[in-house]
Design a protein around this ligand. Sequence first.
Ligand SMILES: Nc1nc(=O)[nH]c2c1ncn2[C@H]1C[C@H](O)[C@@H](COP(=O)(O)OP(=O)(O)O)O1
Length: 213
Amino acid sequence: MSCPQKDTTEPHVLKEEVIVSGKWVKLEKTVYMDPSGNTRTWETAKRTTRQVHTATDGVELIAILKRTLHKDCVVLVKQFRPPMGCYTLEFPAGLLDDGESAETAALRELKEETGYKGEVVGVTPVTCLDPGLSNCTTQIVMVNINGDDIENINPSQQLEFVEVILLPLDEFQKKINELMKKEKIVVDSKVYIYAMGISQAYFKPRELPVLKQ
Ligand SMILES: Nc1nc(=O)[nH]c2c1ncn2[C@H]1C[C@H](O)[C@@H](COP(=O)(O)OP(=O)(O)O)O1
């Protein structure tokens, strides 16, 4: 018995037209062919700041502060974000400068936003942030901070309106939830997903039925 053939096309972008452009952000009409071969349009937001020769707009850091006789802590930043109209809790982050690698940008942003000097221990490929709205991309950089290092004992950050928040890794999700109860703050989804992943990895294996008895 033969299966009916389904007509499909490799979807692709045909044309991009700028509708309006500001200094930092532009709105485009994206004309594309869908998988059925129909021509359609999409409203797309883009940053104007993307550097040439890179597909990455910026970096975000999962920075872990490691100190003798202290619990390992995740380094977060709290700041007022105009598009949200409120304070947010995020990983330290920033846009790439011209010619900069993700690793270099991550260590520069860490120093600027938190005062800490770190060491890169891992980096993701280019990942998308909100692909139904925008072509914005990020690379997440894993960084360890030696908190016993003299340079990291009293870190002084350079940004007046950014508050550094340290939360213990072993109670990460619980501490975020407590902070959200105490303050009117919106948590970045990557931060919360990381917290859920850590909880899952630490605690869920112990919830296997056989181990619960
Ligand atoms: N969408 C934006 N609107 C602005 O009015 N200004 C913006 C936007 N995006 C970035 N910026 C400005 C604000 C900062 O002065 C610089 C660099 O931001 P950076 O620190 O690299 O990134 P964030 O910490 O994530 O803001 O760009």
